[in-house]
Design a protein around this ligand. Structure first.
Ligand code: AVJ
Ligand code: FE
Length: 443
């Protein structure tokens, strides 16, 4: 376990880093009008996310953890996500971008002043292992990913700088695409979830044993090229590939291709953060909803993995019987492991990152695109809401599907393979794709 001093340094660095990233997506990138505008009814104005992150930090670090007096209790109601649906936030008397920056800085100064005196092993659950600080850092990173989805929906010239040059990702000794397409995971128990991971959320807890029958899972995510085959084969026009709810979505929405795609002179183009480019065949397909993933899988003679199947493929080490923190082991994510953290503003080709493979040889489970699973978001056996019901529990049973693995836009601090994301099965603005699985023949 890290000492209090090491934790303080890690927290201060993490808080600093996430704020730079938030500013890069807001005040450093766009003018006030663009920050206050509603770019899509699905999203908040960017300036809401910015001040919401500061307000969350005030509530959890200044008030709850440090027991200091409130700074702006009067604005809590504006930045309460449950009080204000995303589509209505533009109508609120929000802080201006300048005021939001000033407010966030004021909160941050107080937090850092007090951090020197923070004690992490007093027995207080909120502070244990620096939990509440980790929660606030991860919260802002998650909003940064949400802000990137807003950038993706925004119309207009690109404003986010592409890292130059986009380094070709490592693909291993053999050309991508020649690895086994799927692996067989033998029947047996594995440990799902975590109990001792200090910054894990309540919904990842507790660790518990799950027994699965044998199954096959794809070693890579479904690519644009494969998805185009599904489209060319009339995948969107045949009800037999779709679940009843999926077919209804297909009819109601009129969608016949992933979001942000457009056909031009016989070629498929995609708009990516304001740039229009040919759809790259080798990249994992992105911006498909759960229903599209489900239909593709059935067309391919497969199905989506359950959440447990995904996690076993990602974490279980058959040699030791242990579950790892990441597919490659317990080492923190490095650049050779996964495409994370907004380093590239796009996924890398499927089957890249051999060094990030899991013990079963499954690649890119972490990073690149979130992966839809077949599972409804619910609590694990023994779930206890902590530290507040509105992070996870209020979404249980609400028709949300679990997504796993993080995307190119997710920060490494939330990239542990036990991390759970969720969204409605119709959502396409998130950076989500999928991989397929299937039952194994009885041995
Ligand atoms: C876990 C990504 C679904 O953005 O709604 C942010 C994370 N919770 N603020 C979301 C979250 C509170 C959450 N997701
Ligand atoms: Fe939030």
């Amino acid at each position: 376990r890290p000492t209090d001093d090491q934790l303080r340094r890690r927290i201060a660095a993490g808080l600093g880093e996430v704020r730079v990233r938030s500013h890069g997506l807001t005040v450093d990138a766009l003018d006030d009008a663009e920050l206050l505008r509603q770019h899509s009814p699905l999203m908040s104005p960017l300036v809401w996310d910015l001040a919401h992150a500061g307000n969350y930090e005030e509530q959890w670090l200044i008030r709850a953890a440090q027991g200091q007096e409130a700074i702006r209790p009067d604005i809590d109601v504006l930045y309460d996500a449950f009080e204000n649906p995303r589509a209505r936030r533009v109508e609120l008397p929000l802080l201006s971008p300048g005021e939001a920056q000033e407010y966030n800085a004021r909160v941050r100064r107080r937090v850092l002043d007090h951090l020197d005196r923070a004690v992490f092993d007093s027995g207080a659950a909120l502070l244990d292992g620096g939990f509440v600080y980790g929660m606030v850092i991860q919260h802002e990173h998650q909003h940064d990913e949400t802000m990137l989805a807003t950038h993706q929906l925004r119309r207009g010239d690109p404003v986010l700088r592409e890292p130059a040059p986009p380094a070709p990702p490592p693909t291993g000794g053999q050309p991508a695409g020649t690895e086994a397409e799927e692996v067989r995971i033998p029947a047996g128990p594995f440990t799902m979830g975590v109990s001792d991971e200090p910054w894990a959320y309540d919904n990842e807890r507790p660790a518990h044993v799950v027994r699965l029958p044998a199954y096959h899972i794809d070693t890579a995510a479904v690519t644009n090229a494969r998805y185009l085959e599904f489209m060319a084969d009339g995948g969107y026009d045949q009800a037999r590939w779709w679940s009843p709810a999926g077919w209804e979505w297909r009819n109601r929405s009129g969608k016949r291709s992933p979001a942000f795609w457009r056909r031009d002179a016989g070629q498929w183009l995609r708009r990516r953060l304001g740039r229009v480019e040919p759809v790259p065949p080798d990249e994992p397909v992105q911006h498909v909803c759960f229903y599209e993933a489900e239909a593709y899988a059935r067309w391919a003679g497969k199905r989506l993995p359950t959440e447990a199947e995904w996690e076993k493929a990602a974490r279980h080490d058959p040699a030791t019987g242990r579950s790892r923190l990441y597919p490659w082991g317990d080492a923190e994510p490095g650049e050779h492991h996964a495409n994370l953290g907004q380093r590239l503003l796009r996924p890398t080709p499927a089957a890249a990152f051999p060094a990030g493979a899991s013990p079963y040889g499954v690649r890119q489970l972490v990073g690149d695109v979130w992966e839809w699973t077949a599972t409804d978001f619910a609590g694990y056996p023994g779930f206890r809401a902590f530290p507040y019901r509105e992070y996870s529990e209020v979404f249980f049973g609400g028709g949300y599907k679990v997504l796993r693995g993080g995307s190119w836009a997710s920060h490494p601090v939330s990239a542990r393979a036990s991390f759970r994301n969720w969204d409605l099965p119709i959502r396409r603005q998130i950076f989500a794709g999928f991989r397929c699985a299937r039952d194994a023949e009885a041995a």
